[in-house]
Design a protein around this ligand. Structure first.
Ligand code: MN
Length: 147
């Protein structure tokens, strides 16, 4: 199954500037945090893995300090090209509002299974070991930095 189907299904590519993209065979491990002034202001956290950007909406942002726990809601996989996307998604479209890069860099995957992803971020603002732990509730994860 193509994991970008949900991403494509939500968007009108004649109207939005967002990339259509495709699943790529990439070995790079990058991440991006995009600040998004949509109907609700939030941050989108995206990790490059499995040929796409695995994505979470983090209402309060990715913590910069260890011990701060944040809710992260998993959203549809995004194409890797989205790592460079900035700009305004037009009104009336999915995710309408301005997107701006908050931080970007490389990550290093330490551990991953169905319910847990541990990785190291090497960004300009975000550095260190992070954990994403899945709740029982669908799509809900806990995101925090460890010392
Ligand atoms: Mn968003």
């Amino acid at each position: 199954m193509n994991s970008l189907k949900r991403y494509w299904g939500k968007r009108k590519f004649k109207k939005t500037f967002e990339p259509k993209g495709k699943v790529l065979k990439t070995k790079k491990q990058r991440f991006v945090v995009q600040e998004h002034w949509a109907s609700h202001h939030h941050f989108d956290f995206r990790l490059e893995m499995e040929g796409v950007l695995k994505s979470w909406a983090v209402p309060k942002g990715v913590p910069e300090k260890a011990g701060v726990k944040r809710l992260a809601v998993q959203t549809e996989d995004h194409p890797i090209d989205y790592i460079n996307f900035e700009g305004k998604i037009p009104e009336g479209l999915y995710g309408a509002g301005t997107v701006k890069t908050f931080d970007k860099g490389k990550h290093e995957l330490i551990e991953k299974d169905k319910n847990r992803i541990i990785f190291k971020l090497k960004g300009k603002k975000l550095k260190g070991i992070y954990n994403l732990i899945k709740f029982k509730k669908p799509n809900q994860w806990l995101l925090f930095k460890t010392k």
